[in-house]
Design a protein around this ligand. Structure first.
Ligand code: SF4
Ligand code: SF4
Length: 66
């Protein structure tokens, strides 16, 4: 299941540092980080390191195989 970052993100940057494929970066709005679903390999690492549990599983990835 791919990861998704919610608006509880406090921009600590921890998740971006540990993502093995570099899928996480600051959003264009600059108020939180975001996951690039094209890069995310659903390893789950970021979900475990977020100090405020802002990262959740993205359940809207049914279109993944298109
Ligand atoms: S689940 Fe893994 S690959 Fe996807 S954004 Fe989080 S750390 Fe990166
Ligand atoms: S680890 Fe959590 S709080 Fe820190 S940048 Fe990532 S989503 Fe935001």
């Amino acid at each position: 299941m791919k990861a998704k970052i919610t608006n509880t993100c406090i921009c600590c940057g921890t998740c971006a540092g540990i993502c093995p494929v570099g899928a996480i970066s600051m959003s264009t709005s600059g108020d939180r980080y975001e996951v690039d679903p094209k890069k995310c390999i659903a390893c789950g690492s970021c979900i475990n390191v977020c100090p405020v549990e802002a990262i959740v599983e993205n359940h809207s990835d049914e279109k993944e195989n298109q």
